[in-house]
Design a protein around this ligand. Structure first.
Ligand code: SF4
Ligand code: SF3
Length: 529
């Protein structure tokens, strides 16, 4: 077996690829090989399912498998080996004649000519994002067979060596279109199950007493945890991408959902150090677990880490509640270092809330009170270049409005940016998948102004880290959104020729400096304030 090769995330080694015995994220070489094998098995399953029609069991496995190969989701070899076995069993159950076939060898993609490898990477990483989003929808009982049918087709395309570049480009475009469907389905699942988010101010203080911190994106896990811990005296805090959950009426009706814990995901090793509470990971981003809190970590769904306890179906969170009560929590209220006492953070400007503010927004843009809108969001990460996003937001003129989403918001969601036209200047739309709301509101604004999205006084300044961001970028491109700024660096898997196409066709460009980018973006919308 050759060296590990992984270049799917923004922090990949040397901006080229992780090829040594351990990736920058802490993923071991053996785990990377197993994830490639798992992907090869998923490709075979997808190929067999193609043309056979959907099957709930196969589809669930596809979603779970794709989800588990996302950055910072699973680091556990035994977990991946079990998944591989389950996929092989599913193959023999449904397609007996093909049961013994080996999975597709992923090194054939990594060793393909550069532009083919690049397009196939866009497809593979894009469908990993789709897999994760459709998994979260599926656990709430929402499925769309059109999404599954596309996953089969995309997996098949990864194995095809007879596809010309144009055929691969067309699958890339479809990846963006189908991801939009997946985000819409998740929006439907979340809002039908837990109500429409309403703007809400969330405390960042951890109150004294026993507590559990829940991280990741899965609202179903949070709802089960809230239900099971009600009345036990254990408080629940959200972490990272779970922050927008506070805005859902079906979740914030529990008074023991107390607030938001800590700051960005990449600070978890420091912020969880010696924590007298319990941690539950429901999706990315899990960082390698430190000894000082390893006995307090639980994982669920596709998240797994060697030696950490897992909660599988049917989900019973009693062990977490018991441990939280034993640990007793802090003896006094605590605020994360760097935040002031009593700090709050506003979230919940999701699709419906934004739409109800649309008239105010349109009137303010027409009156010139709001000169420009910026969508500054996406993923956070550890690289120093990410300070760009805080500086950018700080430097935006006072007559501009900032929309944000994803965990990239932790770069600046402690700033007080004031109000504009009756709205807070910083509106948090939600998790990364709530990019769907940003897309919907942009389309509505374009309709109100009788122009295309590209002609609106709106600029997208995105930060990426993992593969859900890849799928969202593809969705935006599939809608014909132009002139997106992307950072902190461009994906290593985009070859020079593919990049040239994205630049020429869509005006995609890397971030430069906040001042230069602001000047460029505001040039078309009047003089700076
Ligand atoms: Fe490297 Fe990122 Fe892959 Fe981890 S997920 S091995 S950091 S490219
Ligand atoms: Fe963040 Fe890991 Fe991408 Fe849902 S939690 S956005 S990086």
């Amino acid at each position: 077996m050759g060296k590990m090769f992984c270049f799917q995330c923004e922090q990949t080694a040397g901006g080229k690829g992780c090829v040594s015995s351990v990736g920058v994220c802490g993923k071991q070489e053996g785990t990377a090989h197993l994830q490639d094998r798992l992907t090869g098995e998923l490709i075979r399953l997808g190929q067999l399912a193609l043309g056979q029609g959907p099957s709930a069991d196969s589809d669930r496995l596809l979603m779970e498998g794709l989800f588990s190969t996302l950055s910072n989701v699973t680091f556990d070899d035994a977990f991946i080996e079990t998944l591989i076995l389950r996929i092989r069993q599913e193959r023999s159950r449904r397609f007996a004649q093909a049961a013994q076939e080996e999975g597709f060898d992923l090194s054939r993609i990594w060793q393909a000519p550069e532009d083919i490898r690049s397009l196939k990477s866009l497809i593979l990483f894009g469908i990993r994002g789709i897999g994760a989003y459709s998994y979260h929808a599926q656990v709430l009982g929402y499925r769309d067979e059109a999404i599954s049918a596309f996953l089969y087709k995309a997996l098949d395309a990864l194995a095809r060596e007879d596809y010309p570049m144009e055929a691969l480009w067309s699958v890339v475009r479809e990846t963006g279109e189908i991801n939009l469907k997946a985000m819409a389905l998740l929006d439907k699942a979340n809002t039908e199950c837990f109500g429409n988010p309403q703007p809400r101010s969330v405390s960042r203080t951890v109150e004294k007493g026993p507590f559990i911190v829940i991280s990741g994106h899965d609202l179903k896990d949070l709802s089960l945890l809230l239900k099971q811990s009600a009345g036990t005296g254990v408080h629940i805090y959200t972490h990272g991408e779970m922050l927008p959950a506070h805005a859902y009426p079906g979740l914030n009706r529990y008074p023991h959902l107390k607030g938001n814990f800590g700051t960005a995901w990449q600070n978890q090793q420091q912020e969880f150090e010696g924590i007298p509470g319990v941690l539950l990971f429901t999706s990315n981003c899990l960082m390698p677990v430190k000894d000082s809190y390893r006995d307090r970590v639980f994982t669920t769904a596709a998240v797994a880490y060697p030696g950490m306890r897992r909660i599988d179906e049917p989900k019973d969170f009693a062990p977490l509640i018991a441990l939280a009560l034993k640990l007793k929590g802090y003896t006094e209220d605590r605020v994360p270092s760097g935040l002031r006492a009593g700090a709050q953070v506003l979230t919940g400007f999701a699709r419906e809330a934004l739409f109800s503010a649309a008239d105010t927004l349109i009137a303010a843009i027409k009156a010139g009170t709001i000169r420009h809108l910026f969508l500054v969001g996406g993923c956070d990460g550890a690289k120093p270049g990410r300070s760009y996003y805080r500086d950018f937001v700080k430097q935006t003129p006072k007559d501009t409005l900032i929309l944000t989403l994803g965990c990239g918001k932790y770069r600046f969601n402690d700033l007080d940016l004031g109000e504009i036209g009756g709205l807070p200047r910083l509106l948090d739309l939600g998790q990364c998948n709530d990019a769907y709301a940003a897309i919907e509101i942009s389309l509505a604004l374009a309709q109100a102004f009788g122009c295309s999205v590209n002609a609106l006084p709106l600029s997208l300044v995105l930060s990426w880290y993992e593969q859900k961001a890849v799928s969202i970028l593809l969705s935006l491109l599939s809608l014909g959104v132009h002139n997106i700024l992307l950072g902190p660096s461009l994906p290593a898997f985009v070859s020079p020729r593919i990049l040239t196409h994205l630049v020429e066709q869509y005006g995609l460009s890397p971030i430069s400096s906040p001042a230069a980018d602001l000047a460029k973006l505001l040039k078309t919308s009047g003089p700076q304030a």
